[in-house]
Design a protein around this ligand. Structure first.
Ligand code: MEV
Length: 311
């Protein structure tokens, strides 16, 4: 082939961020409407990447994950790790809890496979994205990588996954604090708390895991009130774990004050985005306006049940 093409998408964590790092279950949904694409072309020499997103290329070491994604895929295909350039077009905002690096890696893995006429199954794509992610993020749980290759909602625990359908009506509104959150730092802060106050921190993480189990049930049956309540409780716990921020609290308060059924940070926290649940028939505009007035730098509406596109 002259060029290989691949695409992937953003992810949104609904329950269990941070506790998932410590072996508890978590729930995330693919956001198919926010995509990343990559083209892989044969070139002479070393592996290289380019991106059309200045917010991605502005960050030092941004090439590490994408280059690693090419290398890992070539290795899996039994090919030498050279002679491929990948150009990335990503609409996934970076550093906002949307899993931009996993989305980009997922698109690249698919593009490199396509270039060589190979079909990789979901599990293999997950493993390759996770391998690339590990380079840049230390020791990620794999939740981002797995959701990036998923079509449906994902219940994830220690690498094991179950995809399921969400019956919830209404919508999720995602709002950006405008502050770049470092997942690596937030994860390190939770680990430090675990060392300092093991009993308290473990109780909080256990509770987040238990909520994720109950939340899967509520999402499957479409119980919006219960889901919202569990989002609020999760946010209180995440705050106690030290991964919330003034900006996150302001958006969460604005959303629930304007009628959202629940709201919490999503992803690493200490910046990034919050997610609020709007009930079926409730006034999404009131919530959106309140979020904007509270300083949201960006707002997205995400349907609870993912709609896979492109296939
Ligand atoms: C980051 O999107 C989610 C965290 O749970 C980290 C991880 O799962 O590796 C904070």
């Amino acid at each position: 082939a002259v060029a290989g093409h691949g695409r992937s998408h953003a992810k949104l964590i609904l329950f269990g961020e941070h506790s998932v790092v410590h072996g508890h279950p978590a729930i995330a949904v693919p956001v198919h409407a926010i995509g990343a694409e990559a083209d892989a072309v044969p070139v002479g020499g070393a592996l290289s990447v380019s991106s059309d997103d200045a917010a991605i290329t502005a960050r030092e070491g941004w090439q590490d994950v994408p280059v690693m994604a090419i290398a890992a895929t070539l290795r899996r295909l039994g090919l030498p790790e050279e002679g491929v350039h990948a150009s990335i077009r990503s609409r996934v905002p970076a550093g906002r809890g949307f899993g931009s690096s996993a989305a980009v890696a997922g698109a690249i893995v698919a593009a490199v496979a396509d270039l060589h006429g190979a079909e990789l199954d979901r599990q293999t794509r997950f493993e390759l994205v996770q391998e690339a992610e590990r380079v840049a993020h230390g020791n990620p749980s794999g939740l981002d990588a797995r959701t990036t290759v998923a079509d449906r909602a994902v219940a994830f625990q220690r690498g094991a996954v179950r995809e399921f359908d969400i019956a919830l009506q209404g919508s999720f509104v995602v709002a950006d604090t405008g502050v770049h959150g470092s997942t690596r730092r937030a994860v390190a802060d939770v680990r430090a708390l675990l060392e300092r106050e093991p009993e308290r921190a473990e109780t909080l993480l256990d509770r987040l895991g238990a909520i994720a189990v109950d939340a899967e049930r509520a999402l499957r049956v479409g119980d919006a009130q219960a889901t919202g309540g569990m989002m609020d409780e999760s946010q209180r716990i995440l705050r106690e774990l030290g991964v919330s921020s003034v900006e996150i609290e302001a958006l969460v308060t604005a959303a629930t004050g304007a009628g959202a059924l629940g709201a919490k940070l999503s992803g690493g926290g200490q910046g990034g985005c919050i997610v609020a649940l709007i009930g079926d028939g409730d006034d999404a505009t009131a919530v959106t306006e309140a979020l904007r007035a509270a300083g949201a730098a960006g707002i997205w509406s995400v349907p609870p049940a993912p709609h896979p596109s492109g296939t």
